[in-house]
Design a protein around this ligand. Structure first.
Ligand code: FE2
Length: 186
């Protein structure tokens, strides 16, 4: 289940929302696109080309709006030898000159959007499409036992380039595993 939890910059809880349509509406007011797409059954061993081919119609559709120059599939499993290193890199607050667009075809991960004096934690799951606007401070937490597959769309040839803010705010706000255990496990 997808989830939005809002905090102030000290990590104090301000509110939460589990209803997908409501999350989309709340995020739209912040310039963030959050949609639910239909997912396809794709084999675990599927190659990047097979995944992009399976979602060709959706990709063509989104490209008509955004003119992406490239895309790839990011994939991580709990046995990845560099999972801690990768997690820590994305955990540092950063911005991009380009917007960051992800479509989760499997698994789960949390985007944290730091907008004005609030942090919007968005737990994304299979079927979620999210676009973080250019210049928005954010970080991503895949958790201690990461599992997700996501199509990443790029509108600049350089791809993913992060400008780190140097802030430690991601250490103050509850992490992905806390969000899941507090809100999504009954
Ligand atoms: Fe980013």
């Amino acid at each position: 289940m997808s989830l939005l939890v809002i905090y102030d910059e000290k990590g104090n809880f301000l509110g939460a929302e589990k209803e997908h349509t409501k999350i989309s509406e709340d995020l739209e007011k912040l310039g963030v696109i959050f949609q639910r797409w239909r997912t396809k059954s794709i084999q675990k061993e599927a190659l990047q080309e097979d995944i992009l081919e399976a979602y060709r119609d959706e990709i063509e559709n989104i490209n008509r709006t955004f003119n992406f120059v490239s895309m790839d599939v990011a994939s991580i499993t709990p046995d990845h030898p560099k999972k801690d290193e990768l997690r820590n890199m994305f955990l540092k607050e950063h911005t991009h000159s380009d917007f960051e667009v992800r479509f989760f075809i499997d698994g789960v991960g949390s985007f944290y959007l730091h907008i004005k004096d609030k942090v919007y934690a968005v737990v994304c799951e299979k079927g979620d499409f999210i676009s973080v606007p250019a210049g928005v401070r954010h970080w991503f937490d895949m958790g201690k036992t990461p599992f997700f597959k996501a199509i990443r769309f790029f509108s600049i040839p350089e791809g993913w380039v992060a400008n780190f803010t140097g802030s430690d705010i991601s250490k103050i706000i509850p992490d992905h595993d806390s969000l899941v255990s507090s809100w999504l496990k009954s």
